[in-house]
Ligand binder design. Structure first.
Ligand SMILES: CSC[C@H]1O[C@H](OP(=O)(O)O)[C@H](O)[C@@H]1O
Ligand SMILES: Nc1ncnc2[nH]cnc12
Length: 288
């Protein structure tokens, strides 16, 4: 299958200059409208689709981002690989504001979001033991390093509901007891939905602050975050510009992301809900 790269831009990343033959397209999905129109174009000969997660002008809060519509729309456009770019807080002294972490694990503490494309009438259970595509994550780390960014390969991202930042006791729990490395509000259920849609998914978390555990940094200060977001966004654009030329797409995904639904659907063919099956055309059409 020909590779097509999807980029989900987080806080501070609402545009992607440098795309050739680029146009914003509305994409309708059975799960509602995505966060915004999607910018589709080409970079280094690779088709690329860019979607600002919160919409241009930062309209959606982490709880109201239409995660299912976003992933469905990228799949529907033909994306094979999706890279999430997100702002995050750090739980580690050595992971400093301005550094990037190529996340490889998540703890999902979100509570108010639709987390699956499947449900009554078509039940499926995919594995998210390894929620990130290792091949795509390595490509992201290479591109960020080439862009001159300090990159940490691997890290656990705590996905919180928000929109408020964490209490200090929560921050210390996530860091000292649960061993998390970074914290943000959006990578779940995005990563789970990407797996259900058989997309390779990787997450580049751009550190803006030390959350609230750090004795010398006090509580999270949104004005400091916004100042760091600007510099991070430049590095994010440089990183994204280095992705297409490095995209390794010979043969099937070695991690099995593109076959995640093999054996996952439990509902007997005769018991499946035709309305839900219609909604699953893009996400699960390969196996339905
Ligand atoms: C800008 S502070 C909090 C906000 O930023 C992150 O968004 P995203 O992951 O889309 O970059 C964080 O998750 C919060 O939504
Ligand atoms: N400290 C933090 N907590 C949650 N989301 C964030 N996004 C940026 N910084 C964050």
């Amino acid at each position: 299958m020909t590779a097509m790269l999807g980029i989900i831009g987080g806080s501070g990343l609402y545009q992607l200059p440098g795309l050739e033959k680029a146009d914003w397209h509305p994409v309708a999905t059975p799960w509602g409208a995505p966060s915004d129109d999607i910018l589709v174009g080409e970079m280094a000969g690779v088709r690329l689709a860019f979607l600002p997660r919160h919409g241009r002008g930062h309209v959606h809060s982490p709880s109201t981002v239409p995660y299912r519509a976003n992933i469905d729309a990228l799949k529907r456009l033909g994306c094979t690989d999706v890279v999430s770019v997100s702002a995050c807080g750090s739980f580690r002294e050595e992971m400093a504001p301005g550094d990037f972490v190529v996340v490889d694990q998540f703890i999902d503490r979100t509570i108010a979001r639709e987390k699956s494309f499947f449900g009554t009438g078509c039940v499926a259970h995919v594995s998210v033991a390894h929620p990130v595509c290792d091949r795509l994550a390595r490509t992201c780390a290479q591109a960020a390093t080439a862009a001159g960014v300090t990159v940490h390969k691997g890290g656990t991202y705590l996905a919180m509901e928000g929109p408020q930042f964490s209490a200090m006791a929560e921050s210390k729990l996530y860091r000292d007891v649960w061993g998390c490395d970074v914290i943000g509000m959006t990578n779940m259920p995005e990563a789970k939905l990407a797996r259900e849609a058989e997309l390779c998914y990787a997450s580049v978390a751009m550190i803006t602050d030390y959350d609230s555990w750090h004795p010398d940094h006090g509580s999270v200060d949104i004005s400091e975050i916004i100042a760091t977001l600007g510099a991070n966004a430049d590095n994010a654009r440089k990183t994204v510009a280095g992705l297409p030329e490095r995209l390794d797409h010979d043969g099937p995904c070695p991690c099995g992301c593109d076959r995640a639904l093999d054996h996952a659907i439990l509902t007997a063919p005769e018991a499946r809900d035709p309305d839900l099956l219609r909604k699953l055309d893009a996400v699960a059409g390969r196996v339905l």
